[in-house]
Design a protein around this ligand. Sequence first.
Ligand code: AMP
Length: 304
Amino acid sequence: MTNPHTALTIVGSIGIDTIETPAEKHEEILGGSASYACAAAAFFTHCGMVGVVGTDFPPAFRRIWSDMNIDLEGLRTVEGKTFRWSGVYEENMDNRRTLSTELNVFETFSPELPDSYCEAPYLFLGNIHPALQLHVLEQVHSPKFILIDTMDLWINIDRPDLEKVIGKCHMLTLNESEAQLFTGAHTLSQAARQLLELGPEYVLIKKGANGSMLFSRGEIFLLHAYPLEQFKDPTGAGDTFAGGLMGALAASGRTDLEAIRQAMVYGSITASFGVEEFSLDRLARLDRVEIEERVAGFKEMCRL
Ligand code: AMP
């Protein structure tokens, strides 16, 4: 499906994952940061995916995305194998170990945006090499709001490019341990202050099942995670959160703090559904009514 009015462009990895938890093992399932983020964003807005897959990529996976109304004009298929990743969760599901990463066609990937995506007012730069994130920024026509994600690998091996690209974005998202790795700070407030000095207006620190914190110069917003009784697979939760957030923000047409707070609630609630099952299985069966019901329940829990 293509559409000239893409409101949100999402760039990231597309992977075929093998994931093992203490209870289950799932092989060769659909994953990747762009995949999770688009699946979440598509509940709220028209989003376009930028990524690469190999010629081995199953048509059934592509159908999952098109059934979700994700615009796939920016998806490239090149000769070779799709990126593969496998990981295992320890007993408490808090710690995850990567077992293998096969870059395959992702190794030579250079994101090229279709013309219709260059005008999109909202952009999510998912976790890919910071030089490639910079390359995306060279192509877009002054978006209203850019969110960037990253990971420990890039903090360790390409800090100069990472700092450069963060300085060009409105919001940076990373998890607690990445914020500490990046800054060496002892508290998240200290880490956020240092990260804000790189240039973004907002720093969003994710704390997994403990929620998230949004820092701007002078203000902090605390968001609890939705209390699930059980979940099956936390893979991609951060990407689902970010995608839902950006989708809801794009739908609002706004970029102010109040709109960002509301969008964070939608991102977090969408992610709470995503982890209930492996891959995009739960998101593929989810509808907007269920999201609204859980948002309403969540707001009631947080009422002061
Ligand atoms: P997360 O749980 O946020 O770390 O995201 C998990 C997704 O990231 C999985 O579906 C993987 O396919 C993908 N992934 C794993 N390693 C990498 C990497 N080095 N670069 C980009 N994506 C990755």
